[in-house]
Design a protein around this ligand. Sequence first.
Ligand SMILES: [Zn+2]
Length: 121
Amino acid sequence: MAELIPDPNEVLAWAELVMAQLAPDRPYALWVESDDPYAGYRIWLDLDGNASGVAFVSPEPPVEALARLADQLQQHVMETTQGRPAPACPGHQHPAVADVVKGTAVWRCMNSPSRVVRPIT
Ligand SMILES: [Zn+2]
């Protein structure tokens, strides 16, 4: 089966789940924007008045799309929190990083690729 650009409604639902992990105590808005649905779209995150978009314009496996989305949302959240780790890596001072491990999108330790903190969704 050919890969597709991930469905925007599904990606928006992922973004809501990721933001509930990254910034549960902060007001934010998420939405989809597209000039031409056949050419892809952006998921926009507005956090305290600072908006940042994640582009979905190429076919990609869903787990790769989810990990990329989580990574981009995490970057935007951490840019506005003076680098406070989100999500925290248990027992460490750094944040967990989004990655695909054994076919699943996960937060893992940045120093140890095999140390999975938890699945992203
Ligand atoms: Zn760690």
